[in-house]
Design a protein around this ligand. Sequence first.
Ligand code: F6P
Length: 433
Amino acid sequence: MFQIENLGEAKFKSPLQLSTVRGDNIFNFVDDQDRLVYDLSLEAYNHCLANNKEPNCLEKAGPRQNLYFEPNTITAAIVTCGGLCPGINNVIRGVVMALHYFYGVKQILGVPYGYEGLNPEMGHNFVELTPDSVKDIHQFGGTILGSSRGAQDVGVMVDTLAANNINILFTIGGDGTLKGCNAIGEEIEKRGLDISVVGIPKTIDNDIDIIDRSFGFETSFDIAGNVLRDAHNEASGAYNGISIVKVMGRDSGFIAASAALAMPVVNFVLVPEMDFQLEGKTGFLEALRQRLETKKHAVIVVAEGAGQHLFQKDEIRKDASGNIQHDDIGIFLKDKIKDHFKEIFPITVKYIDPSYIVRSAAANSSDSVFCSGLAYMAVHGAMAGKTKFVVGRVNNKLVYLPISAVTQKRKKIDLESEFWFAVLQSTGQPFTL
Ligand code: F6P
């Protein structure tokens, strides 16, 4: 299930001065056979024992003793795709530093404006990346390479990689980008080319399956948390004051729920994973009325993908990446609340949409550490000739996973999980909503 593909035999000795024995106080090379059990539950363990089966295991990330690529002969390229996310520049920096200083790779190219940069028709030119040109970029949000949404012709992109003698392509992006990366890898395989493709999962939505979290997510809910604190000041500053904060997250409610946990001033969290009702005894508006009656203020955080079942959909709109574009639940809720309370008692509503602010900032400290780790591990895996893989953290360990394993479906909040239970405990919102 988690088997990583390799371009071929790793024939070159790694230049890294690491160890192969324990006890000498020097970090050891990691072997492909160093594997970690995926499902840590006793139930899964017993199931394997009873069926005499080896458990599903993940390949541990890290420097390999033998390399597929001879470092000083190769060219690597980096592309950043999709929406912005805190930490992209940290990852670019980490990849460049690792290629240059750990392995002595001489040529590293930056692909401008996402996959568009691999289509010569778009007229974007590659940029040379060096330790000097990237050394300060971690201080800034966004991506120094620029980004774009949407697919490009896979054949054309592979032509471009081949024409520029690129041996490794690092793709930094979310679900669509990773699927694109896999398609590039398959075309490379079909043509029998010697090019490794690597994905580094990037999304504030935290919706990449299997991995614990994607980089940038934590910074985003950090920023959203600060907005919630201010929203609480607004709500509690008025009699029957209500603040509604809408946050990004597409079809998953992780930013909304995590921000609410980080800033425990929130009374209702509405996420796409729950089909809440507005009206009726167990509906949201009644729960809000009860909250106001007792506490005289309320903070609501709503994820952009929540409550889509409340809209009459005549047509499905999609963005360039093929993602469904949602109707505006924030404005809808604000209007519904105002209408509902007209006949009940006076309220004051403050509506806040931090929008792109949650994703365009520089990475916080925790994400910065995470981004460097991901970048270094991506480089180690690629130099060893692994391909069509992503680097991610699973059960708190950095591992390599086949791209195909993490792109089968998008991760969503499990409403029976401890995570969601913690949200309900923190907010006090009814379990039945
Ligand atoms: O996937 C990241 C994300 O920020 C989503 O949370 C949001 O729905 C979407 O991208 C917005 O994308 P765009 O940049 O196309 O407006």
